[in-house]
Design a protein around this ligand. Structure first.
Ligand code: UDP
Ligand code: MG
Length: 315
């Protein structure tokens, strides 16, 4: 029998937890052809989430949990879940039931045909403001323009991953994480299914605009050095223009004399210096960007308490 791990990052989800528990148990009961395992990652909740998870674990052997030492963010919580998911496939799902667990059997079916990453694409998004939908559409477009790796639009983290996809994702351990970008980056065979995104079943959202903007910037900078390249190119163009300008000024001054005393030399100097400065900033930026990418090797998270152990883990 194949095992499927359901990874559920939770941050202050006590309110929705009873409903979540019910839906998960229901899913497992209706699909007895697979062995189900639930991996809860408690990401520094300040409410009763951990108690509720432990209570569930106490009465159900399929429940595993990791309790983070503090809030590390959803991106890291998902990675921790993947680190501990040792089944044949893993599903990542939000705790707030915005992603219906009832969709999972369909994902499993597609996985059976040899697809590695079955991701759910939102047909509609209930309970999200026009502004949020619009900013998210713009973000996908900008990200897609800057990279050759195809980015799936209208897709969240709700997806089923094959074993080899999980193993690949585990190896991507950069600090500024944006899972959406990483899912695309690892490649493998992907297929979408569409669904209507529900409203949050209870509780309130953990994301505000500041968090979303940070996530968006991480997505771009961890993915591509295109913004740095832009500085380099603009700097080079200005420098080139400055040279042409200087030649023009020299010839004009030589033929007709200066228009205003000091102006030609001043203008040339400003242009040339500006261009050269921007160019060198761009070059330095390219290197800093590389150093930045390379030096991120702190541990990504700490676990305060858990009922699972990894094969290679010591006490
Ligand atoms: N989440 C998390 N850590 C955080 C923020 C959120 O693990 O720091 C989890 C949260 O519990 C939920 C999922 O990430 O399972 C999505 O969060 P939320 O529903 O608040 O975001 P939204 O759907 O509003 O974008
Ligand atoms: Mg949500």
């Amino acid at each position: 029998m194949k095992t499927i791990d359901i990874i559920i990052p939770c941050h202050n989800e006590a309110e929705v937890f009873p409903k979540l528990r019910e839906r998960l148990v229901d899913l497992a009961e209706k699909n007895p052809a697979y062995a189900w395992e639930f991996i809860f990652v408690n990401d520094g909740s300040r409410d009763k989430t951990l108690e509720k998870i432990k209570d569930f674990a106490g009465s159900d052997g399929r429940v595993k949990y990791l309790n983070f030492s503090r809030n590390f963010g959803k991106e890291t919580a998902m990675l921790a879940g993947l680190d501990y998911a040792d089944g044949d496939a893993a599903v990542i799902i939000d705790a707030d039931l915005q992603d219906p667990p009832e969709l999972i059997p369909e994902m499993v079916k597609i996985w059976g045909t040899g697809v590695d990453d079955v991701y759910a694409r939102r047909k509609s998004r209930a309970g999200e403001s026009v502004m949020k939908k619009w900013t998210s559409a713009v973000y996908y477009n900008v990200l897609q323009m800057m990279t050759r790796v195809p980015i799936q639009a209208d897709t969240g983290d709700f997806r089923l991953l094959s074993r080899r996809c999980v193993l690949a994702l585990r190896q991507v351990r950069e600090r500024n994480r944006n899972m959406k970008a990483i899912f695309s980056w690892v490649g493998y065979k992907k297929q979408e299914i569409t669904y209507d995104r529900d409203k949050r079943a209870a509780g309130k959202t953990n994301f505000n605009y500041v968090k979303l903007i940070n996530l968006a910037i991480d997505g771009i900078t961890s993915f591509t050095t295109a913004p740095l390249r832009i500085a380099t190119v603009v700097g080079a163009l200005i420098t080139l223009f400055a040279f042409i300008w200087i030649v023009r000024v020299v010839i004009r001054t030589w033929l007709f004399g200066p228009d205003v005393a000091g102006y030609p030399s001043l203008m040339s100097a400003i242009l040339l210096l500006g261009g050269v400065q921007l160019l060198s900033l761009g070059v330095i930026g390219e290197y800093v960007g590389r150093i930045f990418i390379e030096t991120k090797n702190r541990p990504l998270y700490f676990i305060e308490e858990s009922n699972i152990k990894r094969a290679n883990e010591k006490d």
